[in-house]
Every structure is written in structure tokens, then in C-alpha cells.
Design a protein around this ligand. Structure first.
Ligand code: PLP
Length: 396
């Protein structure tokens, strides 16, 4: 039954409403210009209000937002950046590209996101940045990490690609550190036609540089001009304090859609939280399948539904679990986030060493269930029943 799944791993997180489709058509027909115009301004304002991050800048994807944050951190060769190895590769590539030395942090075994204890063990005088990843929709222990950063004089980047709407002590992901980066890729909880991203910048001074850095140094002249054409339409300032700019722009149609979808983001997140609760309740008699621990101070938005299958309890292993789910019940569960130090690219670039036993243990035993918002109610029930049956079979 290869490649024939009753419940596949979807390439899109949710379906658009008619109102959202109409917003796209309106921008297609009426936007002028088609990039860097009024829809961009509105999307940034809507996002800033939603997320309590006043300096929010929309870009073409989250990798661009991470690249901008790496540039604005002012990294020099030899500066150290602490990054969890249990994440998607795009978290780390921008910092490596900026010339930093990457030190891999381990995860907390209960929450499965970056552990403050591990960050502490890696801090040195050369540490310039701590990159925190709120993976699967759960925020890391930001109080402890911010305290370490302040004590050590480092900047904090929150990679919120998977955590839009997540909260920690009532604060939104991306509103605590120096930078917050967001993804609107097609599998994310808010997608702007498959690609898109946002960068939140705490410092007002650094924020001033972002429009130029994301758009080839193009910005309006900042002085009154007698004639609008003189000396030229806009100022191209490629000398943004010695940083070469990029073109990281998102288009107007995507921004119009972003403004439409953000209105129902909380509603979609509430639905995911309810479903995740139902799933976890249905398998709570099976301690071999455990989920991320969530404290009362956290709002986990379950961008993904990940778990650990503990083979020590049953004498079976994760691969046997996935195999029965896939080949006997047609549910395509997957394995996610190959530890970055195991990647050939990072090894070749000199970042193959790590001491992350908890990352290894989780990765080697993890399973991620299909969890797209548009999954049909019957299919969702079927996935729960299949999971329970698989767990029972593995106990025999
Ligand atoms: C944790 C994390 N960081 C960064 C990214 C990169 O996002 P984008 O595809 O928008 O560049 C992703 C996307 O998959 C991600 O999951």
C-alpha cells in the first residue's frame, strides 16, 4: 500500500474561506503597486496589534526574517550563537551564513524545546546571540533564558515559525526577545499562499533599518524636496551601516490575505488545542506515548502534534509504531527534525560536534501525527482509533 494513505501528511495547514479568497481577488484587481504598498502596511499593522510587537515587518519567508535578525545582531567572525539542534535547518543557516560559530543546545526532556540549563552550560564571553525555537507551538522557558541573556549581555532571537499565537505568562511568542521571526509557509497556522514571513524588532533604532535591508536599500528621501523627481524617485541607500541589503519583499496579494486570515487565527488555534486535548485524552492509558509537558503559564497552540514512543516500556520501538500506523491503518505519521549536527551540510561546515543526548533520544523515538486543521472529523476519529489499536498491538 506504498503511498496510498487514508490520512496523508498534508502540504497545507488549512483551507481558505470565501472571504479570504475575495480578499486575494480584490488585491489582484486593485493593488497598485503590487508590492510594498498599502496592503503591506495594513498587514504589518494588523500583525503588530495581534502580537503586541509594534515594529513588525512582513517579508517573503521566515528564513528572510532570520537572515535580517542575524544581520541586525551585527555578528562578526568568531562570535558564538547558541541554537537548539532540534529544529528545522532554516533556524541555523542564517547565523552560519553571517559567519558565527554555532553551539548546539539540547532540549528539555519534558517540553522538548530548548532548555535554559543547556543554554547556561554553553555561554561564554564570545556568546553574542541565543536563538530560541518555540517548536511545535510551545514556547520555551523565556524567563530563565532572558535572565541568562541579560546577565551575559547577549541578544535573543525567538524563532516563532511554528508558534504564532502561542503565549508564555500571557505574552505572545516573539514579543519577549530582541527579535521574533514568523513563517507563513503553507504548513503553518497562518499561510499567505504558501510562502511569507514576519520579523518583529524590539529596538526602534534597529527597526528603522529593516525597510531598506529587505528592499535593496530603497527608501524614501528623508528630507523635503522641491520637485518629486529630483534627484530621483526614491533614495537607494546601499550603505546601511556597511550591510549589503537584499530583496526579501512579500507581495501585496499575500499581505491582503494575511490581514484576512489573522482575524480567525485564534479561532483556528482554539480548534487545534481542543483536538490535541481529545487525542491526548484518548491515549492517556498508554504512558509509552507521551506528549510535550505544558505548564499552566503556557498556551501551547499545537501547530503540530508530536509525541515520543518509549520502547523501553513495551520492548518495541518507534519504527514499529509508525509502520503499523502507515501500512496497516493508512495513517501517515512522520519523524521530524533530524538533529542539525547530523546533517552533512553542517558537518562539512564544521558544526558536526554536539553534546545533546536529550535531542538524540527524542529524535530517535519521536513521531509526529498528521494534524492539518482541515482534517475531517471522521478521519480525526479514525486516526485516534488507529493509534489506540496500534498501541494495544505493540503491547502484545
Ligand atoms: C522552526 C522553523 N524555523 C524556520 C522555518 C523557515 O520558515 P520559511 O519556510 O518561512 O522560511 C521553519 C519552516 O518550516 C520552521 O519550522
Amino acid at each position: 500500500m506504498a503511498n496510498k494513505f487514508k490520512i496523508d501528511w498534508s502540504g497545507r495547514a488549512f483551507r481558505y474561506t470565501e472571504e479570504e479568497v475575495a480578499a486575494v481577488v480584490d488585491a489582484m484587481k486593485n493593488a497598485d503597486p503590487l508590492t510594498q504598498g498599502k496592503y503591506l502596511q495594513k498587514f504589518e499593522a494588523d500583525f503588530a496589534a495581534y502580537n503586541s510587537t509594534p515594529n513588525s515587518f512582513a517579508v517573503a519567508n521566515c528564513t528572510n526574517a532570520l537572515d535580517l535578525s542575524a544581520m541586525l545582531c551585527g555578528l562578526k567572525k568568531g562570535d558564538e550563537v547558541i541554537i537548539p539542534a532540534h529544529t528545522f535547518c532554516a533556524t541555523a543557516i542564517p547565523f552560519a551564513r553571517a559567519g558565527a560559530t554555532i553551539l548546539w543546545a539540547d532540549i528539555d526532556p519534558a517540553t522538548r524545546v530548548i532548555s535554559a540549563e543547556s543554554v547556561k552550560s554553553l555561554l561564554t564571553k564570545k556568546t553574542k546571540v541565543i536563538v530560541v525555537v518555540h517548536l511545535y507551538g510551545l514556547m520555551a522557558d523565556m524567563d530563565a533564558i532572558m535572565k541568562l541573556a541579560q546577565k551575559n549581555g547577549c541578544l535573543v532571537v525567538e524563532d516563532c515559525a511554528q508558534a504564532i499565537g502561542a503565549e508564555y505568562h500571557g505574552k505572545k511568542a516573539g514579543s519577549i526577545g530582541d527579535f521574533g521571526t514568523f513563517s507563513f509557509h503553507c504548513q503553518k497556522s497562518l499561510t499567505t499562499l504558501g510562502e511569507g514571513g514576519m520579523l518583529a524588532v524590539r529596538s526602534g533604532e534597529l527597526a528603522k533599518k529593516v525597510p531598506g535591508l529587505r528592499h535593496n536599500g530603497v527608501r524614501p528621501f528623508d528630507y523635503d524636496r522641491k520637485d518629486y523627481w529630483s534627484p530621483a524617485m526614491s533614495n537607494v541607500d546601499t550603505d546601511l551601516d556597511g550591510i549589503w541589503p537584499y530583496n526579501f519583499c512579500i507581495n501585496e496579494v499575500q499581505c491582503a490575505l494575511g490581514s484576512a486570515v489573522i482575524k480567525r487565527l485564534d479561532q483556528m488555534n482554539a480548534f487545534r488545542i481542543k483536538r490535541a486535548g481529545l487525542f491526548m485524552d484518548s491515549v492517556k492509558g498508554f504512558p509509552e506515548l507521551s506528549f510535550q509537558a505544558v505548564s499552566p503559564h503556557h498556551k501551547h497552540v499545537y501547530h503540530l502534534l508530536s509525541a515520543k514512543y518509549d520502547g523501553k516500556i513495551t520492548g518495541k520501538n518507534r519504527d514499529e509504531f509508525i509502520s503499523i500506523m502507515a501500512y496497516e491503518y493508512g495513517v501517515k505519521a512522520i519523524v521530524q527534525y533530524y538533529p542539525l549536527y547530523r546533517y552533512p551540510l553542517f558537518k562539512k561546515m564544521g558544526f558536526g560536534a554536539a553534546n545533546c543526548p536529550r535531542t538524540d533520544d527524542f529524535f530517535d523515538n519521536m513521531v509526529s501525527f498528521p494534524f492539518h486543521h482541515w482534517m475531517d472529523e471522521n478521519d480525526f476519529k479514525y486516526m485516534i482509533d488507529s493509534t489506540v489499536s496500534t498501541l494495544k498491538r505493540l503491547r502484545k
